[in-house]
Structures are given as C-alpha cells and as structure tokens.
Design a protein around this ligand. Structure first.
Ligand SMILES: Cc1cc2nc3c(=O)[nH]c(=O)nc-3n(C[C@H](O)[C@H](O)[C@H](O)COP(=O)(O)OP(=O)(O)OC[C@H]3O[C@@H](n4cnc5c(N)ncnc54)[C@H](O)[C@@H]3O)c2cc1C
Length: 407
C-alpha cells in the first residue's frame, strides 16, 4: 500500500482525500504547505500509515478538542471481497460506520479516506516538564487523573512515567508531563494556575510554535528540525516493540500509584503513557462510530516495551512480552472491568485471539467485547453483510455474525 500515498487538500472546503499508504507525517506536512491555521487530529508518531491508523480510531494531542481521527472522516474508498470499489454512498452507512474504529482490515482494503480538516491557531504552545518521586510526582499524577479529563478542551497533558537512576543508589521514577495547548503561553499559564497549579508550570517551560512544528515536537525531533523531516517514511530509531493498553474509569489511589512505581523500577525495561480523555471524546456517543471507549473514560494507559537488535532482536521478544504482561496483570485491579477495555490500534493477541486462518465466533466475542464493547455484535452483522465468506480475516478480525447469535 505504501505506493498509494497521494494527498489532495482543498482548503476552501477544508477537506482532503488522503490515500491509505500515506503516513501521518506526510499528511501534516501537506496540510502545512497549504495553510498555517489547519491541522488534523491523528497520532503523535509521524511514520504510521493512514490505512491501519485510521481504521482503529487514531488518537493524538488534538483528541480532547476534536475527537479521534475517525470522528473527522467523511468518506472513504474501499475494495470489498468481490473486488468492487465502494464509496460512502455505495457502501452504505452500516459499513461506513464499521470502518471508523472497527478495524477496516475485517471488511476490505481502504484505498483512500476523505477527511475534514480542523482549525488550529497560527501559534500553539508545547511543554515537557519532569517530576521525580522526590519532587512530588505521586501527588501530581494523582491530581492529574482528576483534573486532566476536565481541563479546557484546548489543553492536552500526557504523563509518561519511567524508571531512572537519580544519582548513585537512588533508583526512582521520573514522570515527564508532555503538554499541548491550542493558544499562546500567557493564556496557558493562566489556565494552569487556575486548574492545575500542582504541576507548577512556568513560562520558561513553554515553547510557542506553529501547529505543524508541534507535530515534530511530539514525534521527538530536536528543536529547529525542518518540517521536511515529516516526509521521512522510515523511523530513525528502528526498534521492536510490544504495546498493551487499558482504559481507566476511576482514579488510581495514591497507594496504587506507589505500587505502579515500584513495578516500573523492578521491571525496568518498560514505559507507560497516560492519555487523557474527556472534552470532545465525551460528547460523542459510544455507538456513533465503532470506537466505543468514550464517556466516563478518564484516561487510556499504554504499557510499552521496546528493544533493539542489539538487545536480542526477535529472539528477545518472549522475554519482553513477559515484562509487559507483569505490569498489565498488576494493574487489573484499577483498570476498567467487565469488559477490561483495550485499544484496537495497540493490537494485543494476549487478550484473546483465533488461530491464523480461522475465526471462531466465541473466541472473537472475547476480544471483540474488549475492543468494541456493545458495538461488536453490530460489527459482526456488518461483516455478515459485506463479507459472509470471511475472506478478510486475521487472528483478531470480526467474524460474520452466525444466524442464531443475537447477543
Ligand atoms: C511508534 C508508534 C507510535 C504510535 N503512535 C500512535 C498514536 O499516537 N496514536 C494512535 O492512535 N496510534 C498510534 N500507534 C498505533 C498505530 O495507530 C497502529 O500501529 C496502526 O495499526 C498503524 O497503521 P499502519 O497502517 O502503519 O500499520 P500496519 O501494520 O500496516 O497495519 C495495521 C493493521 O491495519 C491493516 N491495514 C493497513 N492498511 C490497510 C488498508 N489500507 N486497508 C485495510 N486494512 C489496512 C493491516 O492489515 C493491519 O491489520 C503507534 C504505533 C507505533 C508503532
């Protein structure tokens, strides 16, 4: 698909057709070439493909203001199992509903998406501040859980706790709070002082830049990097990784955070990210698209392990998977339950999977409930209509709804 990566932007109608093989970086670059007051709510990494990224939902730092990527998709071209090319009108609203968050790969091959661009100010503000346990990180993260989902929609703050060595014999956790604000520093400082003074954000922590420059910032490029870097389709730091996810509907108590820090220091080769929800995410109902994790979610946590070729490459996978499972098991008591919800874009075969080439409905119900909650049955129904022979399948695909299964 990577040869299909054209991007056609129409600023007058504030829409674009983007081919599925384009990357988020290419999309951000193309928008910036046409306008400095438009953007698009997609992922922070700039080398992910729009084909897979869009179909699982797609979140980024504009999520609290504008929702997910799929909340801003208005049409699509899809090849079905019979080789027909369908658009929104010819595929019908049920299939168009399913491919927004239901994992397009179960239904067909996306050629391109039509998206609605969103408005951003000419200048935005970003910051990253670090707080160790000794600097009160537990208290701040505890407070963040209560405040972050309720902050004005223009503010997105994501803590990323990581174990570090802070001097000899002092193992600790440092939490980096990455922030994005759709506006200037003066206003951000006012809002932070009023809503989240515990973080102690200072004017000197903040950087003002254009929206497209902020996409480089989030992707980890050094300050001053030219936006041409967004066109680089290959990640510089190539690594292996395994992601798991959890949704949290209740605040993790301080004691739970302390247990989490201890586990991070014990496991070492692991990081977590806490992505705040609320704002626009809360205004969209769970059934409006196939993406069901909406109202009542405080934040989504990513548990990530990454390792390189020199750490053992593929041969070290099992060991790293085990590390992520340890943390995941520990957090069960605090995460959402019945079902324990998971984010489709962090595909995790641990939460239930079929053998490749088979799709058992009962097994699919297990992972289906975690990824899609009550939307799973409707997805299986759409699958039965568009691909009854189950041509498009994988270990965690949507199976066609069996005749007798209604719940
Ligand atoms: C470093 C990194 C950072 C990330 N950051 C974010 C983030 O900030 N926000 C976020 O939401 N997610 C993020 N993700 C997750 C990302 O959204 C998923 O990995 C997504 O699946 C990537 O899509 P892809 O097309 O590049 O991947 P692929 O591995 O190519 O595809 C993933 C799945 O989608 C299917 N697929 C791909 N293209 C098509 C198509 N055209 N039609 C039908 N099915 C298709 C594939 O068959 C496969 O099942 C990140 C992932 C990585 C590795």
């Amino acid at each position: 698909m990577f040869n299909l990566h054209s991007i056609d932007i129409d600023i007058e109608s504030e829409t674009a057709w983007v081919q599925a093989g384009a990357t988020t970086g290419e999309l951000y670059y193309s928008i910036a070439k046409k306008s400095n007051v438009h953007g698009f709510p997609s992922g922070m990494c700039t080398t992910i493909g729009l084909g897979g990224h869009f179909s699982g939902g797609g979140y980024g730092f504009l999520m609290r203001k504008y929702g997910l990527t799929i909340d801003n998709v208005i049409d699509a071209l899809l090849i079905d199992a019979n080789g027909r090319i369908l658009n929104r009108e010819s595929m019908g609203e049920d299939l168009f509903w399913a491919i927004r968050g239901g994992g397009t790969t179960s239904f067909g091959v996306i050629l391109s998406w039509r998206i609605k661009l969103v408005r951003v100010p000419p200048m935005v503000t970003v910051f990253t501040v670090h707080r160790t346990l000794e600097q009160g990180a537990t208290e701040i993260v505890y407070r963040w859980q209560q405040v972050a989902p309720k902050l004005p929609k223009d503010i997105f703050i994501r803590p990323q706790p990581q174990p570090i060595n802070n001097g000899p014999n002092n193992r600790t956790v440092s939490v980096s709070f990455g922030g994005h604000f759709l506006g200037k520093t003066d206003r951000l400082i006012q809002l932070m002082n009023a809503n989240f003074p515990e973080l102690g954000l200072q004017r000197s922590d903040c950087l003002e830049m254009s929206w497209v420059e902020s996409t480089l910032y989030w992707a980890g490029f050094p300050k001053g990097t030219s936006i041409e870097a967004l066109l680089n389709r290959v990640r510089v730091d190539r690594s292996f990784s395994k992601f798991k996810s959890d949704y949290y509907k209740a605040v993790i108590p301080k004691q739970g955070l302390e247990t989490l820090w201890e586990a991070l220091m014990d496991i070492e080769d692991i990081f977590i990210q806490m992505n705040p929800y609320g704002g626009r995410m809360e205004e969209i109902s769970e059934s409006e698209t196939a993406f069901a994790h909406r109202n009542g979610i405080l934040f989504m946590m990513l548990y990530g392990v990454t390792w390189s070729e020199s750490d053992g490459g593929v041969n070290a996978a099992a060991r790293h998977f085990e590390l992520s499972r340890r943390l995941y098991n520990l957090m069960e008591q605090y995460a959402s339950s019945n079902p324990r919800e998971a984010f489709l874009n962090y595909r995790d075969l641990d939460i239930g999977s079929n053998k490749s080439g088979e799709t058992d409905f009962e097994v699919a119900k297990e992972y289906g409930a975690k990824y899609f909650k009550n939307n799973f049955i409707r997805l299986a129904n759409v699958k039965a209509m568009i691909d009854p022979e189950n041509f498009f399948r994988n270990e965690q695909s949507i199976p066609p709804l069996p005749m007798l299964a209604t719940h």
